[in-house]
Design a protein around this ligand. Structure first.
Ligand SMILES: [Zn+2]
Length: 169
């Protein structure tokens, strides 16, 4: 049995980063995810945040990737799969990860404000959480985090510029 560990983690995270960049192009918060078979390494799903496009606050990359994988495979749970996501999952996505029974979760940037794995509710540590996958954070952390930071910095600048232009009009 092949175990997909560190070396592979970086290449799968690069794929998730590509997805995150696609979200950025659509002006969505740049978070991307891929679902990979835990033993074969086959990438079965790629997704990125579509909350604005779908007008759906639950349309986070992880939710879309999990939902579409389950639909593709015709099963409610996907314990033979690993999830790669560029940002530490929020409480909602942590719940979905647990319900989906994912084998392993690898994320990029830590999210002090909205993360629920190592921050906030620390979802997987709670007695009400019934499935705790193996979780690794900080893979390509700098690249994943920079993409988000640049996105929000640009948004703030645009907002400021808009304000300025209304004052001068
Ligand atoms: Zn989420």
């Amino acid at each position: 049995m092949t175990e997909f560990t560190q070396d592979h983690d970086y290449s799968f995270m690069r794929l998730a980063l590509e997805e995150a960049k696609k979200a950025k192009e659509r002006d969505e918060v740049p978070v991307g995810a891929v679902v990979v078979h835990a033993k074969t390494g086959e990438v079965v799903m790629r997704a990125s945040n579509r909350s604005i496009e779908l007008k759906d606050p639950t349309a986070h990359a992880e939710i879309l990737a999990i939902r579409q994988t389950c639909q593709l495979l015709g099963q409610q749970r996907i314990p033979e799969y690993n999830l790669y996501v560029t940002l530490e999952p929020c409480a909602m996505c942590s719940g979905a990860i647990s319900f989906a029974r994912l084998h392993r979760v690898v994320f990029g940037a830590y999210d002090v404000k909205g993360g629920a794995v190592f921050h906030g509710p620390e979802f997987f540590e709670q007695p009400t959480c019934h499935h705790h996958p193996e979780i690794i954070g900080g893979i390509l952390e700098e690249e994943c985090g920079a993409l988000l930071r640049n996105f929000f910095a640009l948004k703030r600048k645009m907002k400021k510029d808009r304000k300025k232009s209304t004052y001068t009009d």
